[in-house]
Write a protein that binds this ligand. Structure first.
Ligand code: NAD
Length: 471
């Protein structure tokens, strides 16, 4: 795959952008140029939407079997190109190459297989009383995605939308556009008809904004920050456009007194530091019994010591740089604010290594005030806050003391107890005792983490309208 193409993908063809301007994509580990992509403008948005509208006419009439077969062919093609994809992800995101291969390039294949399986069970036509209820594609979908899981997040929108019979205009993050452009090429190679997926690279405030306002776009699926999510929800309300919002998180990891504490802390630290802390559902608040705080601190610091930031191309590296200079500055500012708030710094700190690359130190605070900005704001870097609790009720209260509601975890040797606490946590997902991610289950948030769900049959239903015909 040629990373220097810099073209837009519209109606199955690579075309130059209208403005002839371009955006440089930087390698966050070296500061070197990865390549340039076209900076699309509203003329390109019109072209991409027209292409998606034209393709919708036949795609919405395709059979479930046709669509499932293409999704399966896409999985085979993704497997074939997985090494290339992993390298692309490492070059533009900075994720360690081992993680790019084992998670970034591999998880989307599981997402797609789960979607293809769910698709075959969607009741596209059902009868109730004197009604025939049809579930029909919502139409043209505008998908706007962030940089932190540049393939998984794109796949989580594009694949259920096209499974539902919709066509898509995708605007990926301008920090990680090459992964999305590679996906377009792979899906085309796997037999996706021209115009079903169009990819336009550019600035969010121009291209993303134009997609939200465009009368030819029927629904918007957005993953990104709370701030931009609010703008999109407001703009989409102008013309009552359907919106799915996958926003931020500040997820709690509740370790109860009867848990296997050493495993829980080790897994909790690993979860928080995964992808250099750049995961929306990262367990960034570790909530532990007050009377074992000292031993939790020791265990957490020992686990953190294994995360030495390094060259993401080295197979042994567990933590790469963060994605950009801006993210590095934001994370350092949050660490400094944590120190100023009086929280106890037990690992890492705000100093960043000299030299190229946007590295930060994996950092852990203990004795964190549950209302401080350290415990309330999404930092989106490898920064863990440990907070003590006195009893189970207080643990639940602290876990729910967040304006977000995306992920969560509970650890206990007593399964009934773990379930009881999991049910009391107001978030879209809760994992018990380190349970694995399930790409067939709904993913999304409560409260400021957004609305709507991705993955599995729930992901498909976001892109369906329901029509009842009475007879
Ligand atoms: P961001 O909100 O800055 O950007 C996301 C996308 O929106 C980008 O493609 C951007 O170009 C575009 N955009 C920016 N301004 C726009 C506008 N005015 N109109 C339309 N589009 C616009 O977020 P980011 O920095 O790329 O990603 C990090 C954020 O994403 C974090 O807050 C993280 O929690 C969140 N996130 C959420 C999930 C989830 O599933 N809930 C998953 C991953 C990331």
């Amino acid at each position: 795959m040629d990373l220097k193409t810099g073209m837009l993908f519209i109606n199955g063809e690579w075309i130059a952008g209208n403005s002839k301007m371009s955006i440089s994509v930087e390698n966050p580990a070296t500061g070197e140029l990865v390549g340039t992509v076209a900076e699309a403008d509203i003329v390109d948005v019109d072209k991409a939407v027209a292409s998606a509208r034209a393709a919708l006419l036949s795609w919405q009439e395709s059979t479930v079997e046709d669509r499932a077969a293409i999704l399966e062919a896409v999985c085979v093609a993704l497997e074939k190109h997985s090494e290339d994809l992993a390298r692309t992800i490492t070059s533009e995101l900075g994720a360690p190459i081992r993680l790019s291969a084992s998670l970034h390039a591999a998880l989307p294949i599981r997402d797609i297989r789960a979607t293809a399986m769910a698709l075959r069970d969607v009741p596209f036509e059902t009868e109730i009383g004197n009604s025939l209820v049809r579930s029909i594609p919502v139409g043209v979908v505008g998908a706007i995605t962030p940089w932190n899981y540049p393939l998984h997040q794109v796949v989580s929108k594009v694949v259920p939308a096209i499974a539902a019979g919709c066509t898509v205009v995708l605007k990926p993050s301008d920090l990680t556009p090459f992964t999305a452009l590679s996906l377009a090429e792979i899906m085309s190679e796997a037999g996706l008809p021209d115009g079903v997926l169009n990819v336009i690279t550019g600035r969010g405030s121009v291209v993303g904004n134009a997609l939200v306002a465009h009368p030819g776009v029927d629904a918007i699926s957005f993953t990104g920050s709370e701030e931009v999510g609010r703008i999109i929800a407001r703009d989409a309300a102008e013309n009552f456009k359907r919106v799915t919002l996958e926003l931020g998180g500040k997820s709690a990891n509740v370790i109860l007194d009867d848990a296997d504490v050493s495993t829980a802390v080790k897994v909790g630290v690993a979860n928080c530091f995964l992808n250099t802390g750049q995961s929306c559902n990262a367990l960034t608040r570790m909530i532990v019994p007050m009377d074992i705080l000292d031993s939790v601190e020791e265990l957490a610091a020992a686990a953190a010591a294994k995360y030495v930031p390094g060259d993401p191309l080295d197979g042994g590296t567990r933590m790469g740089p963060v994605v950009s200079a801006r993210q590095q500055e934001r994370i350092v500012a949050a660490i400094n604010e944590g120190i100023a708030s009086g929280a106890k710094l037990i690992f890492g700190g705000p100093e960043v290594p000299a030299g190229p690359g946007y590295y930060v130190q994996p950092t852990i605070f203990s004795n964190v005030d549950e209302d401080s900005s350290l415990a309330q704001e999404e930092i989106f870097g490898p920064v863990l806050s440990i907070i003590g609790f006195r009893d189970e009720a207080e643990a639940i209260r602290i876990a729910n003391n967040s304006r977000f509601g995306l992920g969560g975890a509970v650890w206990s040797r007593d399964e009934d107890r773990a379930h009881r606490v999991a049910r009391a946590i107001r978030t879209g997902q809760v994992d018990i005792n380190g349970a694995a991610f399930n790409p067939a289950a709904p993913f999304g948030g409560f409260k400021h983490s957004g609305y709507g769900r991705e993955l599995g049959s729930w992901g498909i239903s976001e892109f369906l309208e329901h029509q009842s015909i009475q007879r």
